[in-house]
Structure formats: structure tokens, C-alpha cells
Design a protein around this ligand. Structure first.
Ligand SMILES: NC(=O)c1ccc[n+]([C@@H]2O[C@H](COP(=O)([O-])OP(=O)(O)OC[C@H]3O[C@@H](n4cnc5c(N)ncnc54)[C@H](O)[C@@H]3O)[C@@H](O)[C@H]2O)c1
Length: 369
């Protein structure tokens, strides 16, 4: 924490309550609003959307759930008023991804911490502006990358930290999800992006396993798209390790984020079949492998999973993400995912397109740290 940040310690960190403003109440924003019903140390105090109908649905949701009413900001440009609202500590940005960086930057300039839906930004320049603004304002800018809270991944992180795999050589991740018929996603899938417009679900967990932005960093990538439907990207790290990243929302394939880890003393993957193979041990598959990996969860993860199950939450990844974000803020700790992580995982969207447009040209990945 720098001096500026100490000076601006927001109210939430003193009152053990994070007061949240949500901008964008479409599919994801409404889900976010509902999720916070069960997050005790958080209160949604403000809501913004372009549409009166969306806001009215959000208002009724709060009412039906017996939660306090929120201030409503309706119409173009009103998101700025939410960012200025003195009752808001944390601005959650759930608009379309083209506007995440612009809104996040303005919110930080108003003294707010920011949580951006994925991807945090769509261009390298926006990523750099997010980092520069977070540094200049001393505010947190995190990304709501829920796949980093996948229970298999959380187990793998512990195993890696305990050195059980030896040295990681290579990871694979993906967002493979047949969304051709899901009208809710048409707005994202129809626009022409030559590369991987949605890299962070696959890349975030892989970068965490490889300790990117800490003991290693991403240095370059090459990317190729097939018939503008599938994108494959290979990324290299400074220490010479690699990540294979895939994107496919437009052909009939089984859902997969792959989540593969290759290392000198072991191998693990989540999709299509959980698998764990450690030197000197019986290889495991399916539920056995899943359970063996999840047996390494730390005490906090075990506690959050048990709590989430008791509450009957629909999606444990989201629950663990929300609870950890709020508890870290109320305890004066930085969010798990830093602005540097958000920037380097997101900037790949532009770099894959530039590489693929040139038939797989090598692109350097900036060091945002
Ligand atoms: N993490 C995940 O698993 C996950 C899942 C779904 C979507 N997402 C992300 O969430 C974001 C939103 O996706 P969605 O499917 O909810 O989109 P959506 O189109 O359903 O909703 C976007 C909402 O933002 C509002 N909006 C847009 N610009 C605004 C502005 N300037 N001021 C106020 N409101 C504004 C729109 O009116 C709309 O209601 C996307 O970035 C997407 O990538 C993440």
C-alpha cells in the first residue's frame, strides 16, 4: 500500500461493510446483484443502467429479497453520478466489455475501488490506462475472473505451492462454450474479432499457476484463427514456459476450460475428465482425481465451500470470489487479482487479433508491472 492509498482508506475498510454500486444490469449485473444477497459484509447501495426496465427489475429484486433499497441512476451518462456517489466504496462494472476500462478509470478517479467484469479491457492501451490510473489514485482495480475460484484450480494452486508437481513446464486453458443458440450472448459472438476476444477464463488460472507477474511474466504470443470461428494462441513466459489458450464459442463442442498443468513431476487436467498423475503414485481419474486435488484446499477455501453449500448458492466459484473480495477489502487487504493481472490477461484480446491477422506473427506482451 502506498502513502496515497493510506491517506484515502475508504470507509468500507473501517466499517467492515463494503458498499457496492453496480453499473450494468443485464444478465451478469442482475446475477451479481442477486449473489450479493448472501454476502454479509456487503450492501448494494446504488445501481445504474441505461434502461428503466432493467433498473425496475433490479429494484424489485432487492424488494423481494427484503434488502434495503438502492439509489437508482437511469440513462446515458448517469453511471458517472454513481461513481461520484459518496455512499459507494466499490464500483462493480457489469456493462458490455467495450466500456469496462472507461468506466473503471473514471470510478478510480472519483476515489472508488473498482471490480471489472471480464475482460477488464479490450486493448493494450486501455490496459495501460487502468494500471496508470490505479497507481496514480492508489485505488484497487480488480477483475471478476470467477474461473480463478474454480474448486479444482484452488486445489491445484495449493499443490503447486507445496511443490508437489516439481517445476511447471506448460499450462493449457480455454473458453470452449457452444453459444450459437444462446441469445443472451449474441452481442459478443457476432462481432468480428480476428483473435481471442474473451481470453481471461482460460488464461487467468494458467497465469496464477505459473506465478505470472510475480516470479515469471508473459513475454510473447503467436495466435491463429480457423475460419474466424476458433482461435488458438501459444504464449511464452520469460522463464521459457508455455501456455496454450483456446477460444471457441461458435462450433458444436463440449464445454471446456481445459485447465491442464504439465510439470516435471506430475500432470493434472480438469476437462474433459479430471485427471491427476504424480510421479510414484497411482494415476487418478474422474471423481477420484477431483477429490484428491480438492483435498489440498486451504482452511479458508474449505470453510467457504461448506458455507456456500449450506446457503445453497448456485455457483461456488462466484460465491468464493465474492466472499474473498469483500473480506479482503474489509480487512484492508488487496484483492487476489491485481490491476497488473487484469491488464496482462486482458491485453491478450488485442494481441491475439493482431497476431492472427498477420498469419501468426510473434507479438510482444507488455510488462505492466
Ligand atoms: N464472469 C462470467 O462468467 C461472465 C458471464 C457473463 C457475462 N460476463 C461479462 O459481464 C459483462 C456483461 O455481460 P451481460 O451478458 O450481462 O451483458 P448484457 O448486454 O446482458 O448487459 C449489459 C448491461 O449494461 C448496460 N449498460 C451498457 N452501457 C451502460 C452504461 N454506459 N451505463 C449504464 N448501463 C450500461 C446495458 O443497458 C445492459 O443492461 C460482459 O463484460 C461479459 O463479458 C461475465
Amino acid at each position: 500500500m502506498n502513502n496515497l492509498e493510506l491517506f484515502f482508506v475508504p470507509l468500507c475498510r473501517m466499517n467492515n461493510l463494503v458498499r457496492i454500486g453496480i453499473i450494468g444490469l443485464g444478465q451478469r449485473g442482475m446475477a451479481t446483484l442477486r449473489r450479493y444477497e448472501v454476502i454479509g459484509e456487503a450492501q448494494v447501495v446504488a445501481l445504474a443502467d441505461l434502461s428503466a426496465t432493467r433498473l425496475d427489475e433490479a429494484r424489485r429484486t432487492l424488494e423481494q429479497q427484503g434488502r434495503p433499497a438502492a439509489t437508482l441512476y437511469e440513462g446515458e451518462g448517469k453511471w458517472k453520478d454513481l461513481c461520484q456517489d459518496r455512499n459507494v466504496d466499490l464500483v462493480c462494472v457489469c456493462t458490455d466489455w467495450a466500456s469496462h476500462a472507461r468506466i473503471g478509470i473514471y470510478a478510480m478517479q472519483q476515489g472508488k475501488d473498482v471490480a471489472l467484469e471480464v475482460p477488464a479491457a479490450t486493448t493494450v492501451s486501455e490496459c495501460r490506462q487502468l494500471v496508470d490510473t490505479a497507481k496514480a489514485t492508489g485505488r484497487y482495480c480488480t477483475m471478476l475472473e470467477n474461473c480463478c475460484y474454480d474448486t479444482f484450480h484452488l486445489g491445484l494452486m495449493q499443490m503447486v505451492q507445496q511443490g508437489l508437481f516439481g517445476e511447471i513446464t506448460h499450462c493449457e486453458g480455454a473458453y470452449i462454450h457452444d453459444l450459437r443458440t444462446d441469445l443472451g450472448w449474441v452481442s459478443y459472438t457476432v462481432f468480428e474479432h480476428m483473435g481471442n476476444p474473451y481470453p481471461t477464463h482460460g488464461l487467468g488460472p494458467a497465469c496464477q499457476l505459473l506465478d505470472i507477474n510475480r516470479s515469471d511474466r508473459l513475454v510473447s504470443l503467436v495466435s491463429m484463427s480457423a475460419l474466424n470461428k476458433i482461435n488458438n494462441t501459444l504464449l511464452r513466459t520469460r522463464r521459457g514456459r508455455t501456455i496454450l489458450l483456446q477460444f471457441d464459442e461458435r462450433t458444436p463442442r463440449p464445454y471446456s476450460r481445459i485447465q491442464t498443468l504439465c510439470a516435471t513431476q506430475g500432470y493434472a487436467q480438469k476437462y474433459p475428465l479430471p485427471t491427476l498423475q504424480l510421479d510414484g503414485q497411482q494415476p487418478l481419474q474422474g471423481e477420484e482425481a477431483q477429490a484428491a486435488v480438492e483435498a489440498y484446499h486451504d482452511a479458508e477455501t474449505r470453510h467457504l465451500i461448506a458455507e456456500g453449500r449450506r446457503l445453497g448458492v448456485g455457483n461456488l466459484m462466484n460465491y468464493i470470489m465474492d466472499r474473498r473480495l469483500v473480506s479482503r477489502l474489509t480487512n484492508g487487504l488487496a484483492p487476489d487479482i491485481s490491476v497488473y493481472d487484469a491488464a496482462v490477461w486482458s491485453c491478450v484480446a488485442e494481441l491475439t487479433a493482431r497476431s492472427a491477422e498477420r498469419g501468426g506473427a510473434l507479438m510482444e506482451i507488455p510488462d505492466f508491472t
